[in-house]
Design a protein around this ligand. Structure first.
Ligand SMILES: Nc1ncnc2c1ncn2[C@@H]1O[C@H](COP(=O)(O)OP(=O)(O)OP(=O)(O)O)[C@@H](O)[C@H]1O
Ligand SMILES: [Mg+2]
Length: 307
């Protein structure tokens, strides 16, 4: 049964993602634009299958890549947002102590007996993303996103990886839970620290480059359908110029999307220094950066960007 289910799921995934070109087109239909390098890396992650580590600057589409992949495979995305101090209870499972206590109270009121087996039954388990991804019943494997793994401690990183390598987990009170459909795993990192060799060795790796203005404009057009082509191009050119300054928080794709959304709401068809100054808040989110940009002037920023 398990082997048959797994073979069926593999065939299903192969049909949906027969080659790199089809994956690229399917990503495009979800409004995620991937170049050939990223599409190839994601294709291999799905088809080998092998976990993939995506790195790149803030806002280059690491998290979104996992969402797009889950959407095109029509399968759930389980996301674990990592942070310093995250532990197995947050990632895998915890016992629901409150419900267990309630169970004990109810039994007292009804004058019935509760055993330990009653209290450590599956209905008292709080399933966290790793367990949910392992238990996913199909028909296709789930996508598991371990987002910003570099923020977690090194021990936690090692823990998640061992678990994923085996696609199984042992819960002392319940026994071993083995995945029928091991999840497609995407890890992301912003490189705040180096990751374990043991982790990188087991993963495919892809560095997502910061896109040029033409691609930023294309992404903006997809995400803000109300915007015009020339406005998106101009905004992308301004953002690209802003990024040549030594800013603490250089604006990225998200800021370009936010800015063009704001300009569209304001009914702006063409960016000029005046409107730029009035809408700084969409693209510059830091006082020092604002001063630095102010010293160059909005005119410098906008000059020559309207074609
Ligand atoms: N290639 C792309 N195609 C479509 N949209 C994109 C693409 N890259 C980024 N975006 C858009 O840019 C925004 C930021 O992307 P995302 O959150 O995935 O970045 P990230 O790399 O995870 O950033 P961070 O490191 O800050 O978490 C999203 O709103 C997404 O819609
Ligand atoms: Mg992210």
């Amino acid at each position: 049964m398990t082997a048959a289910a797994r073979a069926g799921a593999e065939e299903d995934v192969r049909r949906r993602v027969p080659d790199v070109g089809s994956l690229m087109a399917a990503l495009d239909r979800t409004n995620y634009l991937a170049d050939a390098g990223l599409a190839t890396a994601l294709f291999l992650a799905v088809r080998l299958p092998q976990p993939i580590l995506l790195e790149g600057e803030a806002g280059v589409g690491k998290t979104e890549a996992a969402k797009a992949l889950a959407e095109l495979l029509d399968t759930p995305l389980y996301r674990l947002q990592c942070y310093e101090g995250i532990d197995a209870g947050e990632a895998l499972y915890e016992w629901n102590h409150q419900r267990q206590l309630l169970g004990i109270r109810l039994a007292e009121v009804r004058d019935t007996e509760v055993t330990e087996t009653d209290l450590f039954a599956p209905q008292y388990l709080l399933r966290r993303p790793l367990l949910q991804a392992l238990e996913h019943p199909g028909p296709r494997p789930a996508v598991l996103l371990l987002d910003e793994i570099d923020r977690a401690d090194a021990e936690f990183e090692a823990f998640t990886f061992e678990l994923l390598a085996e696609s199984a987990v042992t819960i002392p009170e319940l026994g071993t839970i083995r995945a029928t459909h091991p999840p497609i795993v995407i890890l992301t990192s912003n490189r705040t620290r180096d990751l374990h060799d043991a982790l990188t060795r087991r993963c495919l790796y892809h560095w997502i480059d910061y896109p040029g203005p033409a691609r930023i404009a294309e992404i903006v057009r997809r995400r803000v359908p109300a915007s015009s082509g020339p406005l998106a191009l101009q905004a992308a050119a301004v953002i690209t110029r802003l990024r040549t300054l030594d800013l603490a928080k250089p604006p990225g794709i998200s800021e370009a999307i936010d800015w063009v959304s704001a300009l569209a709401v304001l009914g702006v068809a063409r960016i000029d220094p005046g409107i730029t100054e009035q809408t700084w808040g969409s693209i510059v989110k830091n006082r020092d950066d604002l001063e630095l940009i102010g010293s160059r002037g909005a005119a410098w920023l906008v000059e020559g960007t309207d074609g």
